[in-house]
Each structure stands twice: as C-alpha cells, then as structure tokens.
Design a protein around this ligand. Structure first.
Ligand code: RUG
Length: 829
C-alpha cells in the first residue's frame, strides 16, 4: 500500500512539473498566466494594479507550496505546536516581505523589468493590512515572521476584520476617521477555506441532565454563528518553512436560518444573517480600553471558540488521549483579549469530552502562557458579569468554579486576609460585578511574561504584586523585539546592502547578533562616507513623500526629528510640540548672527488618536495649528519646519523610519511597557532622544548612555514628584509656552483650554512641566552632536551595532525555550 501511495505521489508531482520554478522566464510565464486567468485581463494590456495582482498571485503560489510542505512535515514529525492567540495583527504589506523571505527578489525584479514593469512601483499598489491598533499588534506580526524564520512549528490565530484600523483624514487640522474597507480590491495573500468552518454559539441557558447516571451541565445556546477560516501563509527567511496565520470571519449559520425560515419570518431571517456577520466586521480602534462592550466580548469569544475547536480537532486527529495535550500543544495568550480560551477549553474538556474537572484543570494549567502588555492595573480588562452571563451562561459558571477553587487554595496559602483575597479574586465585587481577565490569565497560566525588564519590575512590585508574591516562579520577562527582515531588509535596502558589504555576509538577516561586527568599522572614514550617503538617500525619499503629501519642501541639511506612534497623553506628543514652540520662540528672539549657529530642524509627528479620545485629538489639532504658524513664517524659513504625517501605518513607517536622524520616545517613566518603535529606529541608525522607560533601559545597556540623549524623571522618582503636585518647580520656559497656547498665539484658544488644563501645575499627571527643562537640554545636546558629523555617524553606527538583541528572533527563541518548550522543526527540501 505504501508503494502504491508513493507511486501515486510521484505521478502527481511529475504531472505538476515538480515545484514551481523561480528563474525569471518561469516567473514571467506565471505572472502572465495570472494576468490572463486570475485577474482576467488580456496579457497584451494590463495596468500597474493588475500587474500587482498577477504578481502577488504568482508569489502566493510559491508560498502555498512551502506552506503545504511545512504543515505536512510538522504533522509527520508530531512536533509540539505553538498556537499564538492574538486579537490583533498589524501585517502591513506582504509583497516585498514575501519575495525577500522566499529569496527570489532579484529574479522577480528581472522578470518584471523584462515585462516593462518595476517591482517597487507595483509594490506601492498594495494596501496595508491593518488588523490591529499599534505596538501590540505590530509585535504579533514581527513575532510571526520570527517564528517562521526560526522554523518553529507555530500557528497564529486571529480575527479577519473587514474594516481594519480607521483611516485618519485631516481636515483643517482636525482628525476625522474613515472606515478602512481593506478588502475592497481583494486580498491575494489569503486563502478562503470554505470547508473549515465551526459553529460558535451564544446566549441561551444551561440545563442539568442525567447522562449514564451522572449529572451533566448542558448549554442550550440561543444563537449560532459560523466561523470560516482564512489562511495567510507567513514565510520564513532562509528556510522553506512557511507557517499559517488563520483568521476567522463570521458568517450566518445555516442551521440558525432554517429555524427562522420555518417560522415564515423571511425578512428578519435575512436581517439576522447580516447581524451575524457584524461580529468580525470591525476592529475596535482603541488600544487601551475595551471594557464592557457586548460586540467586543462576542468578538473575543467567537475568535477563541473557533480557534480552540480547530486546535482540539487537529489534536484529536493526531493523538489518542488528552493526557498528551501539554506535550503537544502550547497556547499563548497575547494580552488578556483571548483569556476566555481558558473557560472555553474547560468547557470543551469537561462538557464535551467528559473529562473530570480536576483532570481537565490540571491539563489546562500546563498549556497556557500569558503576556501582558499593560503597565497600570487600571488599564486591565474587565467584563461585567451580567454581560458575560447573558452571552455565555455556561462560561460564567465555569469561571465561578475556577474562582471558587482558586479562592479555597489561596485561603490555605495566605489565610483569611480578605483584602488580599478580594484583590486577587477573578470576580471583582462592587456595584457592577466584573470578571478580571488578567487575574484569570495569571491563575491559569504557567508563565506570566512582561515585555521588558523594567516592565517585569512593575508587574512584580505594583500591577500584579499579590500574584508575584504567591507564585514568583511564574513571572518572567521577554524583552520585545522587531524583525530585521521587515525593518531593515524590506524598508531600508540601501542600509541592508551596506551592512552586508561591511560585515562581508548576509548572515545577520537570520542572526542579528552579527550586527555587533559593525563596531569593528566604527572609525573607518570610508565606511562613514557610505553610511552618510545611505541616510541621505533615505532622507530624500522621505522629503519627497512629505512634499507630495503636504506640498511642503524641506531641506535635506536639516535634522529630521521624528515622533511617530499612537497619540496618547502618556507618550507626551504634547511635550514635543511644546519643545517646538519653545524653539520657535527662541529663534524669534535671536539676532541674525546667533541664528546662523542654529541646527535647522524638520520636526515630523504622526499617529492616530482613538476616535473617542478628545485630548489626543486636541493634541493633533495643536500640532497643525503650530505647524501653520511656523511653516508660514518666512522669517524663520528652513530653520524650523513642522510636519504632521497623516494616516501613520506600517507602510508609512517603512518610509519614515529609515529617513529619520533623531527619534523621540517621551513616555513618562513607568508608563510604556516596552516600546518597539525605538528598536526600529535604532536598527536604522537613527539616534534616540528618550526617557528611561520600558525597553530604553535595555537599549542604554547595549549601546551606552553616551550614544543617545536621555532626559526626564526616573521611574522611582515619579510617584514622589506627583505627590509634590502644585509645589513642584516648573521651568519658566514651560510656563511661557503654555501661556502662548492659552492666549491664542496659535488660534483656537477656547478649544485648547482643556488641553492646557491637563498640564497646568498641580494637574500635570504626566509631569510635562517637571521634565521640560531636561527635555530642552537633551534637545540641545542633540543639536550639538549633529554639527559634529563624525561623532553623529559613530553614534549612529553604534546604535545599529547594538540593536541585534532587539530582534524579535531573540524574543521568540526565549519564549520557545523558556515558556513554550517547543523545538525547531525545519522542513527539508
Ligand atoms: O503600550 C504597549 C507597548 O509599550 C509595547 O511595546 C507593545 C508591545 O508589547 O504593547 C503596547 N500595548 C499595550 N498595546 N496595547 C496595550 C494595552 O494592553
């Protein structure tokens, strides 16, 4: 039988002419084939977008081959798999990343040029897949790239939102949000799996029934929705391994419809069909507060239920007993958003698979790990019990039982310390009773991870102090990282070539530690010249973009000073804007001679404010109001410009980051869990101006404090400074800038009043006033370094040389070895 099967496989393989070929001629044939038969345009006449579509389909074919092979190989080797559960993935564009990871970029470029197209131009046709908000979501995407590259047997699971993160449109300086219907032009990177579907149930009641002489709980749901799988192959670099990101879309369930049709209520049944689809319609555009919304809870459960059904089905196909689950499956909770998985898997094991509670719980506690991305306890996710009980009645019972058992165990460990018991309980008592999702995740996970060294300290001493004291062994940190494939190879090809040339190898693309070798050339003047040229090329790219977008011409001699990230009070874009106003004010009061010594600056700010976050939106407006004044002041000319880059997203980041000389990371110490933007800038040779917050602490350890510009209160000082409140000493310059805004120097004084109030002495929670003095000094130090190009270039080289540790490859390897206990499983040719 084996011989027969092998013969059949060989025949299939030869019928298909073996694997797809990657020489330029074969690629051209494939592209034209897709123009004609997939895009259905004539091969004699197709435009750039159609060429992009055909090109993407030919790349996708190659991804699918490897993805099949990887899947079959992992299955055959019965390797332990990691399932990475995340409600957000910010993938950005896929084309360039895919061809680079497949290692066929040059062949495609040649093939296209012979067809009369340019690869880069076609790559620009692609829209961004923005199925996430910010740092957490982009981190997930970087980590998927590392999982594939390091050959780990992993799958990602998420939601296929039809509307990703809103498009930010600026009208008259105000942010407006427009829906991002990113699937409008089709998505060549996904594979719809119409046969991979699961029913996800909601509402209803729980009944007790007799089964074989035992009482069992049975959930009689009130609504059923179908989850359909969409698979997105994620290729590794320098390996054949291509892993899967499976995203779920909600579709109406046929079973549900039948009931409605039978009652003759045709119109309502169609309306209900549409209602089902709303579950995966839209991403919540706030990265911090998702509390108590029914649709959000439905999304969470929908995603969790479909993923777990899929995982359990796959496990059962390959294994006979659930005892093997901890050896074969690792489930990772990316933040609390997928924590309902815990209740769901208990429900599956106990109610459906009929395992005893204790046995099921024992298994479940061995498979989950959890990463929290949050700093403050107030920001942790809670779900009102009433809401949960109505939507998922059986899960609420399960959560109560988990909590009851936990409380009993806790009493044995700590005695009747009711305050502590109540703080640690999964159920929060009060006017509104809530389920604390973080407590649930901690209780059940074998490992709780922070995202930087400092973050772990915060978790241990503040956010999860009680839990740390109970289970110190559970707590770890894995400093975040970013993938050098996306953030150097794809987005900064000139730097990529330069690094490879001077290191004499491309091996750093898979092993970022090798970047340290750049230190050997830090004094080489030829290297400096080439380094300078690379920055110039990237600044030109960025300057062109700024001009196209805003009409503003900026000088390449100026320092490009960038702050791009979500707009938040704690990230202190306001401090940056106040610094710019101060600079402007100084320039206005300077005589001509002194002005000659000033370093010209192009200040670039970008980022989205959550639609309901009024103060953040006012910060955006203030930025525009200040830009309007400064950019139109001919007396100042090129000495100072301020640009707001609208609709900041992954592909804009790919353009902005390589072109930056200086980047700002200004969070009040103790508020940024890690920060990953700084790592991307670091890898691109951009100097950092930062507070000692999040992962900056570790960046300092790697590159030395002399190679970046630090300022601001330290974490241990913040609480005391806040206590001082209105007695805090505030620099005069800060008061003056605040006065200018208040007095309407930039217009809109009524509108900016509430914004100004947030930083008024005594009310200044994020300590802008306190940190302003040292911020201005750090800026002056940056100016001083910039006029010494040799010094600046050395700092820039040392930044890249020290960035290796901030590769997501290192992060993922740490997770794999210390938390998930999975081994690489490299698919052979
Ligand atoms: O704010 C954090 C960042 O500090 C961190 O770098 C990133 C990835 O770990 O996650 C961000 N984050 C936090 N995104 N959403 C949250 C709220 O849970």
């Amino acid at each position: 039988e084996l011989g027969e099967r092998r013969a059949k496989a060989e025949r299939m393989f030869s019928l298909m002419d073996g694997f797809l070929k990657n020489d330029p001629l074969s690629l051209q044939k494939d592209i034209l084939h897709h123009v004609e038969y997939t895009v259905a345009r004539s091969r004699f006449s197709f435009d750039d977008f159609e060429a992009y579509q055909a090109l993407s389909h030919s790349v996708r074919d190659r991804l699918i081959e490897r993805w099949h092979d990887t899947h079959i190989y992992v299955k055959r080797t019965k390797s332990k798999r990691l399932y990475f559960l995340s409600l957000e993935f910010l993938m950005g564009r896929s084309l360039s990343n895919s061809v680079i990871n497949l290692g066929i970029q040059d062949q495609y470029a040649e093939a296209l040029s012979q067809l009369g197209f340019e690869f880069e131009v076609l790559a620009e046709q692609e829209g961004d897949a923005a199925l996430g908000n910010g740092g957490l979501a982009r981190l997930s995407a970087c980590q998927m790239d590392s999982l594939a590259t390091l050959d780990y047997p992993a799958w990602g699971y998420g939601l296929r939102y039809e509307y990703g993160l809103f498009r930010q449109v600026i009208v008259d300086g105000f942010q407006h949000e427009q829906p991002d219907y990113w699937l409008n032009f089709g998505n060549p990177w996904e594979i719809e799996r119409i046969h991979v579907t699961y029913e996800v149930k909601f509402y209803g009641t729980v009944e007790e029934v007799d089964m074989n002489g035992e009482r069992h709980k049975v959930w009689i749901p009130g609504e059923t929705v179908e989850a359909v799988a969409y698979d997105n192959p994620i290729p590794g670099y320098g390996t054949r391994n291509t892993i899967n990101l499976r995203l779920w879309a909600a579709k109406p369930s046929n079973q549900f419809d039948l009931e409605a049709y039978n009652t003759g209520d045709y119109i309502n049944s169609v309306v209900n069909r549409q209602r089902a689809e709303t579950i995966s319609n839209v991403l919540y555009p706030d990265d911090r507060s998702h509390q108590g919304k029914e649709l959000r809870l439905k999304q969470q459960y929908f995603f969790v239920s479909a993923s777990l059904q899929d995982i359990v089905r796959r496990f059962k196909e390959e294994h006979n007993s659930f005892d093997e689950l901890p050896d074969k499956v690792a489930l990772h909770l990316n933040d609390t958003h997928p924590s309902l998985s815990i209740a769901e898997i208990m429900r599956i094991l106990v109610d459906e698979e009929h395992l005893g509670w204790n046995k099921a719980w024992d298994i479940v506690c061995k498979i989950f790990s959890f990463t929290t991305h949050t700093v403050v306890a107030g920001g942790l996710e809670k779900i009102p019990v009433d809401l949960l009980g109505s939507l998922l009645p059986r899960h609420l019972q399960i959560l109560y039982e988990i909590n009851f058992n936990f409380m009993e165990e806790l009493k044995k460990r700590i005695g009747l310390d009711y305050n502590r018991l109540s703080r640690m309980s999964i159920v929060e008592e009060g006017a509104v009773k809530n389920i604390r999702m973080a407590n649930l995740a901690i209780v059940c996970s074998h490992t709780v991870n922070g995202v930087s060294k400092l973050h772990l300290d915060t978790l241990k001493t503040r956010t999860f102090k009680d839990f740390y004291e109970l289970w110190p062994e559970k707590f770890q940190y894995k400093t975040n990282g970013v993938t050098q494939r996306r953030w150097i190879v794809v987005s900064n090809p000139s730097l990529c070539a330069l690094i490879s040339k001077w290191l004499g190898t491309e091996a750093w693309i898979r092993n970022a530690d090798l970047l340290a070798g750049l230190r050997d050339h830090v004094d080489n003047t030829d290297f400096h010249q080439e380094w300078k040229m690379v920055k110039k090329v990237n600044k030109m790219r960025l300057a062109e973009y700024i001009e196209t977008m805003s009409g503003l011409k900026v000088s390449l001699d100026a320092m490009f000073d960038v702050q791009v990230k979500r707009i938040h009070e704690y990230k202190r874009q306001l401090l940056n804007i106040f610094g710019i106003i101060h600079r402007y004010d100084c320039l206005k009061n300077m005589d001509k001679n002194d002005r000659r010594k000033v370093v010209p600056r192009v200040c670039i700010i970008g980022g989205k404010a959550a639609p309901g976050y009024e103060i953040a939106k006012k910060i955006i407006k203030l930025c525009h109001a200040v830009a309007e004044k400064i950019n139109n002041d001919t007396d100042i000319g090129d000495l100072l410009k301020l640009v707001f880059i609208p609709d900041y997203n992954v592909s804009v980041a790919e353009l902005v980051i390589p072109g930056a000389d200086l980047s700002q990371h200004l969070s009040t110490a103790g508020h940024e869990a890690s920060g990953t933007g700084s790592m991307k800038f670091l890898m691109n040779g951009c100097l950092l101006l930062a507070t000692t917050d999040g992962s900056t602490v570790e960046i300092i350890e790697e590159i030395g404090s002399e190679n970046l510009f630090l300022f601001g209160a330290k974490v241990h000082e913040v609480a005391e400074l806040r206590e001082k409140g209105s007695t805090l000493k505030i620099p005069l310059q800060f008061a003056r800038v605040l006065r200018m805004v208040r007095d309407g120097y930039f217009g809109y004084e009524d509108y900016f009043k509430s914004l100004c109030d947030t930083v008024e002495v005594g009310n200044d929670f994020y300590l802008l006033g306190h940190d302003f003095g040292s911020y201005v000094e750090a800026q002056a130090a940056a100016d001083k370094a910039f006029v010494e190009p040799e010094k600046w270039i050395k700092m820039s080289i040392l930044s890249v040389a020290g960035s290796g540790i901030f590769s997501s490859d290192r992060t993922i390897q740490e997770y794999a070895e210390r938390t998930w206990k999975i081994d690489p499983c490299r698919c052979p040719l």
